[in-house]
Structures are given as C-alpha cells and as structure tokens.
Design a protein around this ligand. Structure first.
Ligand SMILES: NC(=O)c1ccc[n+]([C@@H]2O[C@H](COP(=O)([O-])OP(=O)(O)OC[C@H]3O[C@@H](n4cnc5c(N)ncnc54)[C@H](O)[C@@H]3O)[C@@H](O)[C@H]2O)c1
Length: 303
C-alpha cells in the first residue's frame, strides 16, 4: 500500500477519472476526501448523491473516505474542501485537481458566461484548492499536487477556446506551484488524460474529424489514468516535479516544454524587410502545423 498514512483530496471525484483515482488511492491506503458538487456536465445544478455513492464504493472495498459537496470554483469552496480533510483526517498530503466541465462553442459565438464557467471551474478551481492546501504542505514539509491538463490546450481543439485557455493556464499554475514549493518537498505535476467519460460525451460530433476523435476516446477507460496519479502521489515520485504526463489507454507519454527551438540573429538588428527575407528559410521551417488533438493523436489507442 504505497499511500498508507496519507490523506488525499480528489476534486470532481464522483465520476469519471476522479472517481477511479479516488478508488485506487483508497485501495493504496490513503484516506480520501471525495469532493464533487454533483452538477451536470455543463456545470449546472448540484447534489450530494454522486459523491456519496463514490464514498460508499470506497468503504465497501474496505477503504476510508468522506464526501465534500462544495464547488471548487471559489476561494471559500477551496478552503472548505481542504478543511474537510483536516477535520476528518487531521492532515492533507495529496491534492488532485480534477473537477471539470465543458462549454464548447466556436470563438466567434462564445459567451462571457461560457468563458467564465469553464475558467472558474478548471483554472480558478485548481488555484482555490491549491491555495488552501499549500500552507499546510509547506508547514509539514511534504505534499503532492496532481493537476489535470488536456491536449485541447497542449495541442489544440476546435471550439474549446475557454477550455484550452484554462488547461494551459493549469500548466503554468502547476509549473509555478512546483517552483514555489520545491524547497518544502512538495511536488506539482500535470496529467493530460484521454478517457471516455460523461464530459467527453458532450463534445459536439458534427464533423468527421470530431466523430473520429470521439470514437477513439470511447475505447479508453478512466481507470487507465489512476495508476499514474497514484504513482505521482507516492514516495516513488518524490523527485518528479513540474512535468506533464499524457495517459492514453496503456500508453504513458512525457510531454516537452515551451523552449525556443531555433534562434536567428542579425548583426544590425531586424527590420520588417530583413525578417520577411529571412523568415521562409529559417524560422518558418520549424513552425508547428496547425492541428487538433485528434489529428495529432490519430492512431488507435492501445487499450
Ligand atoms: N476524459 C478525457 O478524455 C479528458 C481529457 C482531457 C482532460 N480531462 C480532464 O480530466 C478531468 C476529469 O474529467 P472527466 O472526463 O472524468 O469528466 P466527468 O464529467 O466524468 O467528471 C468530472 C467531475 O467533476 C465534477 N465537477 C465539475 N465541476 C465541479 C465543481 N465546480 N466543483 C466540484 N466538482 C465539480 C463533476 O460533477 C464530475 O463528477 C477534468 O479536469 C477534465 O478536463 C479529461
């Protein structure tokens, strides 16, 4: 049991990927706060039953868990979620920022409400729980943050400007959390998962490309993601921080980071004309093609 004695908060843990992570962490000995506000896949409504069911399943399997029904999307919610761990189990060692919704729309039609709902759930929600947990981890000189990003941000996807912006924002949040907390033995990493869940069921499948992408995702189980999260939460991964792991069926990937891949220098400085002359033979060769996640990950998953 690699997580014996640890206390984990998993947000959005009533369903999909979060539920599998909560179940596996409990099987590995962690005491788990199952956070879920129980709303719809587009972020409406609320209820306690979904989180209660996940807690019951953990207890049935011999694990320890309590439910929390707060939304991650406010600072007060983040505080209450972390307080649930402290009140129930006396400490907090692991935070999995997993709660999520989708509100897909083309950029020229996206509303302020659709933008705010997605940014607030994913990006602000990850900040809110991280902000509440990090002083405790700093104090105890140990901890783990595991944040969910997406190839919708890392690669790109049509109709997901809000979601892509939030998910790349989470990469920045994770990187700086890793830097700020390094001296306290606290790590922060991202997982970019692929799995068939309720959320993915909301992706519009109007075009052939969208249909093909969703058909491939249907083959992948959220259970594939959980071992990577539990590994990152364990002492085995104490040196692993600031990284992005992709999990697609039985495949695990390590993503690269934003670094210059080519530099050009002109002794007299650049003018528009000089740049126009040099660009095609230099930087242009290294421009990354405009692709969606589904076009890039276009092979059948290994499941
Ligand atoms: N499934 C995939 O292929 C995929 C791909 C990339 C990223 N992700 C990410 O993985 C995470 C989990 O997604 P999933 O596919 O399991 O979706 P899901 O819809 O099955 O589960 C998400 C859960 O989060 C909960 N939730 C939503 N908003 C909340 C809030 N404000 N407060 C508390 N709980 C809230 C929901 O009630 C739901 O139970 C998300 O962050 C998602 O963006 C998933």
């Amino acid at each position: 049991m690699v997580l014996k004695g640890k206390v984990a908060v998993v947000t959005g843990a009533a369903r999909g990927i979060g539920r599998e992570i909560a179940l596996l962490m409990a099987r590995q000995g962690a005491r788990v706060v199952v956070n879920d506000y129980g709303g719809s896949e587009v972020g409406q409504g609320a209820g306690s039953a979904p989180a209660d069911e996940a807690v019951a399943d953990i207890r049935k399997a011999g694990g320890e868990a309590v439910a929390n029904y707060d939304s991650v999307a406010s600072m007060a919610g983040g505080q209450r979620i972390v307080q649930t761990a402290l009140d129930s189990f006396g400490r907090i060692d692991i935070v999995v920022n997993n709660a999520g919704i989708l509100r897909d729309r083309m950029i020229f039609n996206m509303t302020e409400e659709e933008w705010d709902a997605v940014i607030n759930t994913h990006l602000k929600g990850s900040f809110a729980v991280t902000r509440a947990a990090s002083p405790h981890m700093r104090e105890q000189r140990s901890g783990r943050f595991i944040n969910m990003t997406s190839t919708s941000g890392l690669v790109g996807n049509v109709g997901q400007a809000n979601y892509a912006a939030a998910k790349l924002g989470i990469v920045g949040l994770t990187k700086v959390t890793a830097l700020d907390m390094a001296r306290y033995n606290v790590t922060a990493n991202c997982i970019s998962p692929f799995a068939w869940t309720r959320m993915i069921g909301t992706i519009p499948t109007e075009t052939e490309v969208q249909k093909a992408r969703v058909e491939k995702i249907k083959k992948m189980s959220p259970a594939h993601i959980a071992p990577v999260a539990a590994f990152l939460a364990s002492d085995f991964a104490k040196e692993v921080t600031g990284q992005i792991f992709g999990v697609r069926g039985k495949e695990i990937m390590l993503f690269g980071h934003m670094r210059p891949i080519m530099r050009v220098h002109h002794a007299e400085g650049w003018t528009v004309e000089r740049l126009a002359e040099m660009f095609p033979g230099t930087l242009q060769h290294h421009c990354v093609p405009l692709e969606t996640s589904g076009q890039y990950f276009n092979y059948d998953p290994l499941v």
